[in-house]
Design a protein around this ligand. Structure first.
Ligand code: ATP
Ligand code: MG
Length: 115
């Protein structure tokens, strides 16, 4: 089991959600995050003036999946979140020791409603 943590452009959120759903992944946690990439901050132009906002607003998705769904999830995110421009974000794949479904007490693969 893995936790997939994807930092994506907020503008791609709907596409990523749809792509995951098409691959049977209808559950994830998301949050608005701020961060820096290699290019440091980001500039915004407002009425001709360029402002450095100092950070980049992104969305972070966290998805707990069984091993069968790791590669499909990565592929779905790559296909839907990539623009090819710098700043597309990153995907981290993290090992999970254990998952517990609170309602049933079921653990691990049984606790995630995949397949
Ligand atoms: N090594 C990292 N650790 C944690 N978060 C990161 C890391 N790299 C990028 N991020 C997060 O992803 C966001 C987007 O980063 P970005 O895609 O610009 O990374 P990059 O390494 O500069 O790649 P690129 O060359 O495609 O721009 C950052 O604002 C930050 O929130
Ligand atoms: Mg960058």
């Amino acid at each position: 089991m893995k936790k997939i943590e994807a930092i994506i452009r907020s503008s791609r959120f709907d596409e990523v959600k749809e792509a995951l759903s098409e691959n049977g992944i209808n559950f994830f946690t998301f949050m608005e995050v701020k961060g820096y990439g290699h290019q440091k901050g980001e500039t915004h132009t407002y009425r001709g003036a360029v402002y450095d906002v100092g950070y980049i607003a992104r969305m972070k998705l966290e998805i707990m999946v069984s091993n069968d769904f790791v590669q499909p999830a990565i592929d779905a995110i790559l296909a839907s979140a990539k623009t090819g421009e710098v700043g597309d974000g990153k995907i981290a794949i993290v090992n999970l020791d254990e998952i517990v479904q609170i309602r049933t007490g079921l653990r691990n693969e049984s606790a995630i409603n995949t397949k």
